[in-house]
Design a protein around this ligand. Sequence first.
Ligand code: AMP
Ligand code: TRP
Length: 330
Amino acid sequence: MEKDEKIVFSGIQPSGKLNIANYIGALSQWPNLQDEDKCIFCVVDYHAITVKKNPKELRKRVIETAKIYLAAGIDSEKSIIFKQSDVSAHTELAWILNCIGARISDLNKMTQFKDKTGENKESASVGLYDYPVLMAADILLYGTEVVPVGEDQIQHVELARDIAKRVNNTYGDIFTIPKAVVKKDGARIMSLLDPSKKMSKSDENENNAIALLDKPEVGRKKIMKAVTDSNTGIYFNLEDKPAISNLLNIYAGLGNREVKRLVKDHKDSGYGEFKNALADVVENFLITFQEKYNSYSDENVLEILEKGKERAEKIAQERLNKLKNAIGII
Ligand code: AMP
Ligand code: TRP
């Protein structure tokens, strides 16, 4: 490993249709890191089964998600791309951390579990409740320092930090302490029809989100249909202008421009003109993204995942064995 090279780890669940919020919040950070750092990007299929999944669809989404990583600019030579279930050290470490690192009081604080389950906590799977421990295992296995994610994952990365510190206190220097990194603009992209709610790939109304594989003209239409705020003017203010601020974040994220610059350029625009300019950016982004996506075959991707598995396994197994030895399992 080169001096100053950091280890970067992130992952996305192969569930639902990945959307522009996943791209802006998480994926768009990844390619920038791979020249300097050692990057590991995982398709986290064991996370996806925390809620019921159709087996055929899950298999399809794993390949789709890996292709999306490649289309976003991940280079499979520079970075490791692999499927979580291919490296059994993840689930093995999760079990150990369940026993020696994580506490029920930690998991009871997780806001995502509360939000996802609402009134139905009792019927949720134990896996959904425990998922942040599996996520901690993903991160800690690789000596990760940097975890590029959207804002909603910060709490989970903090739990991974706490678990790492607890284990190190008892068993010595096993884990590196990781840190979440989020984007300045776009760590939390909101729904197009309701800017008080997060854009989410599990949303039932497809008009709330633009999928990365939506037809470009569909993406354009969704922007034109997006809600705006009641008063006029294009400026950034989350309280006063939640809808326009969200559209500015989307514009910045897909158009590679700073929000500040966009506000300057559009200060005299009406909503229609502003949305039209953003619709152009979205349409062009989707065209380019999907050209790249379609340049990979399923066979390409399976090969890449197979190579990734071998590379990831070596790194993961070493730290897992060190911990197993420290706790008396080997
Ligand atoms: P998920 O859709 O929960 O699998 O999230 C995959 C990645 O996208 C994670 O890093 C999330 O933090 C990020 N992400 C999900 N939704 C958003 C959003 N609305 N805005 C920004 N980032 C997001
Ligand atoms: N929990 C993350 C999500 O739903 C996905 C994830 C699993 C992840 N393991 C990870 C992200 C490790 C970063 C690092 O979005």
